[in-house]
Design a protein around this ligand. Structure first.
Ligand code: NDP
Length: 475
C-alpha cells in the first residue's frame, strides 16, 4: 500500500538526515515529517476552535450588532445560556443548500469545461495550460489557468440575474449568510476527509505524499501534495482559487446591496472596502499563473488547513469588514477616506511590485532589470528525492534587498486599510489585520525554515546579505 511505503520511506529519510544533518537535506523541504508537541498543540487548538471562532464572529454580528464582548458578558452574567444563542441561530435550509450546491457545481464547470480564452485577447495576461514548480519528488504538474474568465463570467451572470432579469435579489448572499455557513462547513469537512482517505489509499503521486502517523497532524496539514481527480481537477488550485475567492467580491457586493436596501445609500466606507478588496481579488486572478509558484501551491500539502480554510475561513472571515458595515454604516470624512485609500493602494503597489520582481527575476533566470539595474543575487542549489541536483538563485535587489518578505509587508498595509475603513467603534473589523499579522509572520518563519533545509549554507549567505524579514531595521 502507498501509505506503508511512504512510512518506510520516511523512516529511511530520517535515518539519512541523522547521518548527515549538516548537508542540505535531500528532497526534505516542505511539510514536516515529524510532529513536535508545539505543532500538535496548535493543530488541536485550531481543529477545535477555528470553526467556533468563525461561528462566534458571524453570530455576534447577527445577534449582537457585531459586538464581540456582549455575547461573552451575557453568558458570564447568566443573562443568556448557550442554548439561547444557539436557538436564535438560523439553521441549514433547503434554499441555502440549493444555492451552495449550484454555486460549487457552476465553479467546477467553469474550472473544468471552459479552456481559457482571456489570454487570447488580453495583452500581458498569462492563461491556458501552465506548468507549476518542481515538487520534492521531481514532478512538474500542468494546470489550466482560467480563473480570470471564471471570475468575469460569474460576475456578468450575477449582475444580469440580480439587476436585469431580477431572477434573485443582490442581497441573496447576506440574506442566507448563516445557512450558507453550514453548507460551506459541510463541503470543507467533506473535502478534507476525502483528501485524507485518498492520500492513504489512492494518492495521485505516492512519492509526493507525507505521512507522519499522527492522525490530527496528517488531517490538518494534508498527506498528498497535489491531489487530483483525473488529469485536470487539481484540489489545491480549485479550492484555493475558485469557490471562496470568486465569491469574495460577490459577497462584498451583496453586503453593499444590503446597505442600500436598509439605509437607502451605500456609504463611502463600504465602497472603499469593495474597491480595495476587489483590486486584491482581481490581482489574484490576473496573476493566477504566478500563483502556481507561491507557497500554497508549491509547498503546502492539501489537508483541512487548505480544504476547510478555503471553503469556510476565507469567505467568512476575510469579508468581515463588509458584514460589519451592514450593521454599522460608517460614513467617513473625505480626507480620512482618501488617507485609507492611499494606504490601501500603496500596500497593494508594494505587494504587487515585490511579487513581480521575484517572478520576473525567476522567469528570466536573472536576465532582467530591477529598478533599472542588472539584479544582484546569490546562487544556490538543492537536491530532489531522486538525488537530482537543481540550481536556483535568490534575488537581493529591489524590494528583495530591503527585506526577505517585503511582499508580506505590502499585504499587511493593504489589510490594515480595509480595517481602518470601518472606523474605530468596534474591534471586529480589526480581526483581519490581527489574523494576517499572525498568519504572515508565522508563514515567514515557516518558509524560512523550509528554505534553510532546502538551500542549506546558500540560505545562510542570503540571510547575511538581507538580514531583515518584514521591516528593515526592525524585524
Ligand atoms: P513568496 O511569494 O514570498 O514565496 C516564498 C518563496 O519564494 C520561498 O519559499 C522561495 O521559494 C522563494 N524565495 C524566497 N526568497 C527569494 C528571493 N530572494 N529570490 C527569489 N526567490 C525567493 O511567499 P508566499 O507564497 O507565501 O506569498 C505570495 C503572496 O501571497 C505574498 O505577497 C503574500 O502576501 C500573499 N499571501 C496572501 C495570503 C492571504 O491569505 N491573503 C496568504 C498567503 C500569502 P523557492 O523554493 O522557489 O526558492
Amino acid at each position: 500500500m502507498a501509505a506503508h511505503q511512504e512510512k518506510k520511506l520516511a523512516e529511511e529519510r530520517k535515518h539519512q538526515n541523522m547521518q548527515n544533518d549538516t548537508k542540505t537535506s535531500q528532497g526534505q523541504w516542505g511539510r514536516a515529517w515529524e510532529v513536535d508537541w508545539f505543532s500538535l498543540a496548535s493543530i488541536l487548538f485550531l481543529l477545535m476552535f477555528a470553526p467556533l471562532i468563525v461561528y462566534y464572529f458571524i453570530m455576534s454580528c447577527d445577534q449582537y450588532q457585531c459586538s464581540l464582548t456582549d455575547p461573552l458578558l451575557d453568558l458570564l452574567t447568566g443573562k443568556k445560556h448557550l442554548s439561547d444563542i444557539w436557538n436564535r441561530t438560523p439553521m441549514l435550509t433547503y434554499k441555502a443548500a440549493a444555492i451552495y450546491s449550484l454555486w460549487v457545481t457552476f465553479q467546477v464547470f467553469l474550472y473544468l469545461s471552459i479552456p481559457d480564452f482571456c489570454h487570447k485577447f488580453l495583452p500581458g495576461y498569462v492563461g491556458g495550460v501552465q506548468e507549476g514548480a518542481v515538487t520534492p519528488a521531481g514532478v512538474v504538474n500542468k494546470y489550466e489557468i482560467n480563473g480570470l474568465q471564471a471570475w468575469i463570467i460569474t460576475h456578468v451572470l450575477w449582475f444580469a440575474n440580480a439587476y436585469c432579469f431580477h431572477f434573485f435579489s443582490p442581497t441573496i448572499i447576506f440574506d442566507n449568510w448563516i445557512p450558507l455557513l453550514w453548507c460551506a462547513n459541510i463541503l470543507g469537512y467533506a473535502v478534507s476527509t476525502f483528501a485524507m482517505i485518498k492520500g492513504y489509499f489512492f494518492p495521485t503521486n505516492a512519492k509526493d505524499c507525507k505521512i507522519t502517523g499522527n492522525f490530527f497532524y496528517d488531517y490538518m496539514m494534508g498527506i498528498e501534495f497535489n491531489p487530483r481527480i483525473g488529469k485536470w481537477f487539481d484540489f489545491k488550485l480549485f479550492f484555493n482559487g475558485r469557490p471562496g475567492i470568486v465569491a469574495w467580491t460577490l459577497i462584498n457586493l451583496s453586503f453593499a446591496a444590503k446597505q442600500q436596501e436598509l439605509y437607502g445609500e451605500v456609504t463611502n466606507s463600504m465602497i472603499l472596502v469593495n474597491v480595495l478588496q476587489a483590486i486584491y481579488v482581481l490581482d489574484f486572478f490576473w496573476n493566477e499563473a504566478w500563483y502556481l509558484k507561491t507557497i500554497d501551491i508549491c509547498h503546502d500539502h492539501f489537508g483541512w488547513y487548505l480544504g476547510w480554510g478555503d471553503c469556510v475561513w476565507l469567505p467568512y472571515l476575510y469579508t468581515l469588514q463588509g458584514l460589519y458595515l451592514v450593521y454599522h454604516p460608517v460614513q467617513l470624512r473625505t480626507d480620512y477616506a482618501m488617507g485609507v485609500l492611499m494606504l490601501g493602494l500603496l500596500g497593494y503597489y508594494i505587494f504587487r511590485m515585490t511579487n513581480h520582481q521575484k517572478d520576473l527575476f525567476r522567469r528570466t533566470n536573472g536576465n532582467c532589470r530591477i529598478w533599472g539595474k542588472k539584479p544582484e543575487y546569490i546562487e544556490c542549489s538543492y537536491t530532489s528525492v531522486d538525488g537530482t541536483k537543481y540550481y536556483s538563485k535568490l534575488l537581493t535587489s529591489g524590494f528583495w534587498g530591503w527585506a526577505r518578505h517585503f511582499n508580506y509587508t505590502g499585504d499587511l498595509m493593504g489589510s490594515l486599510a480595509y480595517c481602518l475603513a470601518c472606523g474605530f467603534e468596534h474591534v471586529l473589523p480589526y480581526f483581519y489585520i490581527i489574523y494576517m499579522t499572525i498568519l504572515l509572520t508565522h508563514r515567514c518563519i515557516r518558509d524560512e525554515h523550509r528554505c534553510s533545509s532546502k538551500y542549506g549554507k546558500d540560505w545562510r549567505c542570503y540571510t547575511a546579505v538581507v538580514p531583515y524579514r518584514l521591516l528593515p531595521g526592525v524585524f
